[in-house]
Ligand binder design. Structure first.
Ligand code: NI
Length: 163
């Protein structure tokens, strides 16, 4: 496993629509393992394949809504699609590809995603609050959409300094 370089805004790879994953092979597993190392090393909560330069529909998200005493775990979503959404949340959002930038983005408060796992088996996953925000943010990456496009406004340096 290895930490890969995170592509930063300005690189056209972040603006492209990714192709579906069709081969659930060793190469995909290495990509997902490397994405996990890269995410855990970065302090973020989600990462999409194009952020490590791979134009395929794969994302990983840390599920942070776990009962006390339980470990946070990483959800791997291959070819994910949002099939249900409910409610609304408005709050600050950032991205590992835009270090130091935050914007106010409205997202659904709960989403259900249908995806494949690393072996190609279909499953559904529910996300609430931060996890729902993260599912939406990472799936946007697969369509070349970065959060400032969704933001009602970006936070100023003064607002960031208040935190
Ligand atoms: Ni991002």
């Amino acid at each position: 496993m290895a930490i890969r370089n995170i592509v930063k805004k300005g690189d056209s790879v972040l603006e492209k629509r990714c192709r579906p994953v069709t081969e659930f092979n060793e190469r995909l597993h290495i990509l997902l393992d490397d994405m996990k190392d890269t995410l855990l090393n970065s302090g973020g909560v989600g990462l999409a394949a194009p952020q490590v330069g791979v134009l395929r529909r794969a994302v990983i998200v840390i599920e942070t809504n776990v009962p006390e005493g339980e470990q946070e775990h990483i959800i791997e979503l291959i070819n994910p699609e949002i099939i249900e959404q409910e409610g609304e949340q408005t709050g600050p959002e950032g991205c590992l590809s835009l270090p130091g930038k935050y914007g106010i983005v409205t997202r659904p408060n709960r989403v259900r995603v249908r995806a494949q796992d690393r072996n190609g088996d279909f499953f559904e996953a529910d996300g609430e609050a931060l996890t729902a925000r993260c599912f939406c943010h990472e799936i946007d990456h697969l369509d070349g959409i970065l959060f400032p496009e969704r933001a009602e406004r970006m936070l100023s340096p003064e607002e960031l300094a208040d935190d």
